[in-house]
Design a protein around this ligand. Structure first.
Ligand SMILES: Cc1ncc(COP(=O)(O)O)c(C=O)c1O
Length: 462
């Protein structure tokens, strides 16, 4: 067997990357207030801001776009979409939404009330916000292994099952309208959840009469990591593993912008007839008729084809190998990353990368800026800018628990040489890390400040 894992596709359409000089990037960054969110995407060479909605579609998906049936009700594309979702997820009711958070809003606003508690291995930020918007409390119960960023445990995305049992004993099952598991655990480092953990959480929920849902955004990457890492699954197909994963759940939310290999779309699914009826009533109010749910017929087609393609094992082998390749190459040169590399992203540990920059001087923001100036890379800070707090009356600043920079790899977009380039840029910045200093805010919003903040470097930027 050849050792080189190649991209299992040929390129039919290309999108040029605008090459920029270091001086041009410096000017762009300054105009963006040193916040990479505020850059124009065309001024970025390799955009690792997110893997969500950024996938390249296949020739079959583009053909599906042309086949899209735009009938308001009962279109062909809807039936194709419904069949593709049901084939993998297996739930009775398939409710289309324009993206994942719309599915979350409809689910939580239907089943949660003030005083309720929703456990999850780790809530994604929109999931948490939608739970909390109903007056319920979102509780994260991640595996204790997550705290040790250097531990290479195979399933750091697991939920802490004893902590779930303790929570149920404390608050009572009647106050827990749903328990979620996020596959893979995005906010917990893109780490997978073991099938054994899915089964264990499902069993606890069943014993206590609590509906169990998957946040299934990256279900295929999680299933392939189960095949690679969990004893007893090496000879099972990814599709079989996916079906087994979903068989333990009562429903799911899903953003098709990740493992749907599409640029937009989502799904809410359940086996519960009465709940589905209430959810469809809400869907009609804000998303649209239940056979399109905020999507065009062509989007439904693209997702239906994407769901067939995403469980191809040659695709998943290449996908996970390219993220692993990036993580292993930089860490073999001493660059501190969260171990092991996640399914869709690597996370640079900015606090260890720049140990001389204190958290309140925003090492993650400085690292993002330096990666952009060095080579036009765009990542996202997940640290004090995103999760720290600013008290506008006292001016007091509180740091986050960790300082990470996430580099998320879009699906089927970049080739091996792009990833080699990313490695080279990270290593170039790492070599001159002692000359990098901190940042301070010059402008910040009261909520979600990371999107619009502006900064000033406290040192001469390279
Ligand atoms: C784990 C997880 N859940 C939910 C969402 C929300 O999906 P969307 O962006 O389609 O609203 C995301 C998006 O990144 C996610 O990663």
């Amino acid at each position: 067997m050849p050792r080189t894992i190649i991209e299992p596709f040929k390129i039919k359409v290309v999108e040029p990357i605008k090459m920029t000089s270091r001086e041009e990037r410096r000017q762009c960054l300054e105009a963006a207030g040193f916040n990479v969110f505020l850059l124009r995407a065309e001024d970025v060479l390799i955009d690792l801001l997110t893997d969500s909605g950024t996938a390249a579609m296949s020739a079959e998906q583009w053909a599906g776009i042309m086949r899209g049936d735009e009938a308001y009700a009962g279109g062909r594309s809807w039936y194709r979409f419904e069949a593709a979702v049901r084939d993998l997820f297996g739930f009775k009711h398939v409710i289309p939404t324009h993206q994942g958070r719309a599915a979350e809003r409809i689910l939580f606003s239907t089943i949660c009330k003030p005083g309720d508690v929703v456990p999850n291995n780790t809530h994604f930020d929109t999931t948490r916000a939608n739970v909390e918007a109903t007056g319920a409390r979102a509780v994260d119960l991640p595996s204790p292994h997550v705290r040790n960023t250097q531990l290479t445990h195979p399933f750091k995305g697991d939920m802490d099952v004893p902590a779930l049992e303790q929570l149920i004993a404390e608050v009572g099952a009647s106050r827990i309208p749903v328990c979620m598991l996020t596959l893979t655990n995005n906010s917990g480092g893109g780490q997978p959840v073991a099938l054994a953990n899915v089964k264990a959480v499902s069993a606890v929920c069943q014993r206590n009469g609590i509906p169990f849902y998957l946040d299934a955004c990256r279900f295929a990457e999680n299933a392939y990591l189960i095949k690679l890492r969990e004893p007893g699954y090496a000879d099972r197909t990814v599709k079989e593993i996916v079906r087994e994963l979903f068989s333990y759940a009562d429903g799911c939310t899903f953003s098709a912008k990740k493992d749907g290999l599409a640029n937009i779309g989502g799904v809410l699914s359940t086996n519960d007839d009465r709940l589905a009826e209430r959810e469809r009533d809400l869907l009609i109010l804000t998303e649209g008729f239940p056979t399109y749910g905020g999507l065009a017929g062509r989007d439904l087609e693209a997702i239906a084809v994407g769901l067939e393609e995403v469980v191809h094992e040659d695709y998943l082998e290449y996908r996970l190998a390219s993220v692993r390749y990036l993580g292993e190459h930089v860490s073999s040169h001493g660059v501190p990353i969260v171990q092991p590399p996640g399914g869709h992203a690597i996370y640079l540990d900015a606090a260890a990368f720049l140990p001389h920059v204190p958290p309140l001087q925003l090492p993650g923001a400085a690292l993002c800026a330096e990666l952009y100036v060095e080579g036009g890379l765009r990542g996202v800070e997940i640290g004090t800018v995103m999760f720290g707090r600013h008290d506008p009356t006292t001016g007091e600043e509180t740091a986050a628990n960790s300082e990470l920079v996430r580099l998320a790899v879009p699906r089927r977009v970049y080739t091996q040489s792009h990833i080699d380039y990313v490695v080279e840029i990270i290593l170039d910045v790492f070599r001159r890390r002692e000359a990098i200093g901190g940042f301070r805010f010059t402008k910040q919003a009261a909520v979600l400040r990371h999107f619009t903040a502006r900064f000033e470097p406290l040192y001469p930027l390279a």
